[in-house]
Ligand binder design. Sequence first.
Ligand code: GCU
Length: 446
Amino acid sequence: MPLSNRSTLSRTARSTRLSTVIVCILVLACGSEADTRDATTSGSDDFAANYDEALIPDYTLPDPLVSLSGAHVTDVDTWRTVRRPEILASYEQHVFGETPKGPFETSTEVLSAEPALAGVAIRKEVRVQLTADPAGPAFIILLYLPNSASGPTPTFLALNFYGNASVHADPDITLSAEWMRQNDDFGIVDNRATEATRGARSSRWPVERILERGYGLATLYYGDIDPDYDDGFENGVHPYFNDVVGGPNSWSSIGAWSWGLSRAMDYLVTDADVDPDQVMVMGHSRLGKAALWAGAQDERFAIVISNDSGAGGAALSRRAYGETVARINDVFPHWFNPVFKRYGENESELPVDQHMLLSLVAPRPLYVASAIEDRWADPRGEFLSARHAGPVYQLFGEDPLPVEEWPDVGTPVMGTVGYHVRAGGHDVLPYDWERFMDFADKHLRG
Ligand code: GCU
């Protein structure tokens, strides 16, 4: 499978890239999605995304199966002992920053466990204190399990954007008192959730349907791990891990959110009602980036699911389609480490591309979901990334994506790597969840 997009791209096409971008600014014909969906932007606003396949730069992807010594990796043992650690280290050094190594001084308290949702669920709330400091950062895991379950339940774990109470109108969910991104539509007032926040995001969380299909759902608020703004890492968990904060590969916010998913996993594997071998990490958008990095590092996650994760997530950086490395670093500097800033407009120098992040999930099942109107996240680039992770799956004798070409909208494909592109825009829809559960059925119950 060639790792180049094409052998040549005419010089004229490349040199017209800049002028086309300028024309786009003038006629406002492209880049319209450039960040209207986010209120935490801090960078310049003169970016116009490329949405023209013909203007994608010529690129060659690094080969996940060629180690830094130049040797080809042809067996699982060499992958596990040499190449996988190299790629993990590259992601720490060049993209997400260094992850603190344990053991961690976390502590856990089950706050409640009771029937909920008209009796179809058991709802638990579990507080996880993230450091030894009782006044330090902590999160609450909201866990719904099917009341009908006869044993430990396979469970999805996902971070949420607006606090646990935003996930469902269930009045007994603890309302977060922590800082949140401002959002009038979701009842966030002065950066705090209010009663109006309850269930505000429920369209993205079909809890009853998840339970009906025999799965559990665990979720926690990402801002409890690290509030999502660029403050020099003075809040959240970072101040407690000074050995990995500061310097070129400083631990980033995405790094911290991923780490938090693993701390939630530390609890889930101890809950007798959760199947510890069947916890699936899922995330949307920036939280999809975090889910991928969590799933790459922490092999306890049985299945890893990315929804519309885009730049820095599933999308190939070298395509520079939609959101680019330069743009994401400009607007969200805290999401990545300082070294990643070097690769803006310079993607070809990156020692990794995102198919390698996906390949770290192998041989565990991996699902990548895109939305056709979500051009900012480069749906085709997400597909190509999943496809180019295939050789690592094949090394394990696992099925790569079963197709070579980008499938039609609404046509999911499922090997050990799965993918769909659905109709519509940047969101998590019931369609996405149904496919995640189909994929889980195939791999956990097939
Ligand atoms: C912005 C950002 C994306 C991110 C998205 C989100 O649009 O540019 O990279 O995925 O926010 O998290 O909603």
